[in-house]
Design a protein around this ligand. Structure first.
Ligand code: ACO
Length: 346
């Protein structure tokens, strides 16, 4: 079979949305035995956004997606494929949140839609998956979203986990680009032997929900924080180096590093391993906490919107999370015009 030449894949639009409600560390100190100083020192988080009771994940994904389409100057009926990376879909098992978003956005019947379940690595995975479809010529316009309502799956009496997470959404549009521009390469990885370190034990087919399991709080986030921390510090640098190597680059070629926003200590350790100065590392975990699959696209959006990413820059995104899972994308930034991006209402 003849091999078809692959196309370049560019990011042509970006969007972001966070719920209006801000929860500060002082607010949390009213719920659990913690304080601002502990949270800031251990995590770098100062506040996070929390979705309203009636807001589901697709409701956050919708404004982020609309903004990304607007910036890409395309209409919903032109979208060929929607991929939503999330671990907090609107419905417990199905349908895919991507299908629900398709309906809300008004994307035509017949466009493809599916979710990617790779937790905090979800967007990095989904970006790579979406890029394959554009590279091969199968689709011309792909919407890739990372969206989460982590606040709905937390134990709000567990100070070790409830302080870490927040809600939000980020979206990008992928379209064909000149070869050598846009998404240049990626690395994805998983180590299922670490599944017990970070999970939601009940509510799936292994342990369908019962009143007893709910009472035992087995339907909310469980985490062995120290072990996840050790894994994260190691994998962040490793994944970035591997992804760069796959396209013949080194950390010295990086203009901006966009790590998963989980904890400033993890980000600082990764930056040190990669020998990157602070001005080459984007951080917004202080304002949003860990928004899981939404963290990388939200950071990408803010980095671009604030002018930290310029055309031609080499951007590396890295995600890690439950699975255990990880991934990194290398992007040579194209020219996404910043005008018309004022509708972010967060
Ligand atoms: N406020 C005050 N004290 C606290 C709090 C809190 N919110 N939480 C824990 N403590 C206490 C503990 O009880 C413990 O007390 P002890 O020494 O008397 O037993 C002490 O603080 C130290 O606890 P550690 O868990 O050892 O603290 P550590 O320095 O490891 O920090 C943290 C905890 C912030 C959770 C860290 O381990 C971490 O960031 N881990 C990575 C987590 C992560 O990134 N997870 C997301 C993965 S992405 C995904 O897929 C969902």
């Amino acid at each position: 079979m003849a091999t078809k030449e692959l196309r370049g894949v560019g990011i042509t639009g970006l969007g972001m949305y966070v719920p209006e409600r801000v929860m500060t560390n002082d607010d949390l100190a009213k719920l659990v035995d913690t304080n601002d100083e502990w949270i800031v020192t251990r995590t770098g988080i100062r506040e996070r956004r929390i979705a309203r009771e009636d807001q589901a994940t697709s409701d956050l994904a919708l404004p982020a997606s609309r903004q990304a389409l607007e910036i890409a100057r395309i209409t919903p009926d032109q979208i060929d494929l929607i991929i939503v990376a999330t671990c907090t879909g609107d419905m417990a098992a199905f349908p895919a949140t991507a299908s629900l978003l398709q309906e809300q956005l008004g994307v035509r019947r017949g466009a493809a839609a599916f979710d990617v379940a790779a937790v905090c690595s979800g967007f990095v995975y989904a970006l790579d998956v979406g890029a394959q479809y554009v590279a091969t010529g199968r689709y011309d316009k792909v919407l890739v979203v990372g969206a989460e309502t982590m606040s709905k799956v937390l134990d709000w009496s567990d100070r070790a986990t409830c302080i870490l997470f927040g809600d939000g959404a980020g979206a990008v549009v992928l379209q064909p680009a000149p070869v050598g521009e846009g998404i240049l390469g990626a690395v994805l990885g998983s180590d299922g032997s670490g599944a017990a370190l970070l999970n939601i034990p009940a509510g799936g087919s292994r342990a369908p929900l019962t009143p007893v399991l709910i009472e035992q709080k087995r339907n909310v986030v469980f985490m062995k924080g120290r072990e996840v921390f050790r894994f994260a510090v190691e994998i962040m640098g490793e994944a970035a180096v591997q992804a760069l190597e796959s396209v013949g680059m080194t950390p010295g070629d990086v203009d901006l590093f966009i790590p998963h926003q989980a904890n400033t200590r993890i980000i600082d350790a990764a930056a040190k391993r990669l020998d990157l100065p602070p001005e080459k590392v984007f951080v917004n975990v202080d304002r949003y906490g860990n928004t899981s699959a939404a963290s990388v696209p939200m950071a990408l959006f803010e980095a671009w919107q604030s002018g930290r990413i310029q055309p031609g820059d080499v951007v590396v995104t890295v995600g890690f999370g439950a699975g255990l899972s990880w991934g990194a994308n290398v992007i040579r930034w194209g020219n996404v015009p910043r005008e018309g991006d004022l509708r972010w209402t967060g």
